[in-house]
Design a protein around this ligand. Sequence first.
Ligand SMILES: [Zn+2]
Length: 103
Amino acid sequence: MTMPLCCPSGHGCNAPGGNEPCALALCRAAARDEEDAALAQSRWGALEAASEQRERRFRRRAFERARDRALIALAMTRSDRVTAARRRVSRRPRSRSGRALAA
Ligand SMILES: [Zn+2]
């Protein structure tokens, strides 16, 4: 059984339900904002271009490292944005009471 190389085992193209987006699609969408996503994309291209067995193995590992970093970065950035939005909402009343105390 051959597993698609583009996605981590159990996720994306390898998800049991098959309803997860491909890691390559995520990287392509984020390549402009995430350096690792752009790197993963270019390393995937290099892997596809490689024909020699040993080179493929090396390129595959390089791609997987960049892809995993990109996926982590995307998950962290997204949750960071949520936290920032929450902070923005709760900051307003706090700064108002701060000003009231100072006055
Ligand atoms: Zn995939």
